[in-house]
Design a protein around this ligand. Structure first.
Ligand SMILES: Nc1ncnc2c1ncn2[C@@H]1O[C@H](COP(=O)(O)OP(=O)(O)OP(=O)(O)O)[C@@H](O)[C@H]1O
Length: 271
């Protein structure tokens, strides 16, 4: 009960509030499972930033603090134009905060469901290839994201951006004991590169379904509903681990690249 009330009473910080004598809050963006997010300006540098604030109910919870800390550590370690740069982390008497570069781009949830963008097969796999360059970068650093869902991938029309490393883990922790709720969702949450490909399989299906218009009320599988090339089906089946799974981002990238040399996929390569 206490948690429900403290959650309801957890009011976001007010616009124009100054924190750490440095950051001015402009806009409350939303509440996620672990924190509240704000758009702000660092008035020392003039830069737009995102400030994440650990939720009240998580601030004494070891898992909550650890995952907040992990996200800060991974962002510090990663240095890539498609991943927000780590800027700062600090505590005041009530809260923990993480500050990162603000990325001006809509996410795929916004693009598909609000802007009603549609993606055909070639466009979908072109977007995927661009994302795989980023995924390869962090997999090479032995980091798996474990939450590559449409709200966590942003797109400015040229470049993808991967945000929210709150569930990311190091591949060195492959034998770590996962919380029970993560165990129930092993294909998404396993500490392995395959869990990121599994999530990307679902990501690809979200993009492909943007063009889909149901012909009947009968529920069918994606393979029956979508009119896909054999190459596309094969890649998605492997990402979803219905057939033997991909071992690395390189292996998947080779398949995506060769898809563009088949009839269906001429030259929409954007890097
Ligand atoms: N670097 C960034 N640039 C722009 N917007 C961002 C950035 N990081 C986060 N956001 C925005 O803030 C929202 C919340 O951030 P994030 O997903 O990292 O928080 P979370 O608490 O882990 O949320 P969830 O539980 O939904 O995964 C995102 O949906 C996104 O719209």
């Amino acid at each position: 009960m206490k948690n429900i009330f403290s959650e309801l009473l957890e009011r976001p910080l007010q616009n124009n509030k100054l924190i750490k004598n440095r950051y001015i809050i402009h806009q409350f963006i939303g509440k996620g499972s672990s924190g509240l997010a704000y758009k702000a300006t660092d008035f020392k540098t003039g830069q737009s930033v995102i400030i994440k604030q650990l939720r009240k109910r998580k601030r004494n919870d070891l898992h909550g603090i650890e995952s907040f800390q992990r996200e800060a550590d991974f962002l510090k370690k990663l240095n890539h134009p498609s991943i927000p740069s780590y800027l700062d982390a600090f505590m005041d008497e009530h809260h923990r905060f993480l500050v990162m570069e603000y990325i001006e781009a809509p996410n795929f949830e916004e693009l598909i469901f609000h802007q009603k963008k549609e993606y055909n097969e070639r466009e979908t796999f072109s977007v995927l290839l661009n994302i795989l360059h980023v995924v390869k970068y962090f997999h090479d650093q032995k980091i798996v994201h474990r939450d590559l869902r449409i709200p966590n991938i942003l797109w400015d029309g040229i470049r993808p951006y991967v945000i929210d490393f709150g569930l990311a883990r190091s591949l060195d922790e492959q034998n770590a004991v996962l919380p029970k709720k993560e165990k129930e969702n092993m294909l998404f949450r396993e500490i392995s590169v395959q869990s990121d490909f599994f999530a990307l399989g679902h990501f690809v299906l979200f993009l492909l379904y943007s063009q889909f218009e149901p012909q009947s009320k009968k529920e069918k599988s994606w393979e029956e509903e979508l009119d896909l090339s054999a190459a596309a089906k094969k890649m998605i089946r492997r990402m979803l681990q219905l057939d033997h799974s991909y071992e690395s981002a390189d292996e998947l990238m080779i398949d995506v690249e060769s898809f563009f040399f088949t009839d269906k996929g001429t030259s929409v390569l954007v890097h």
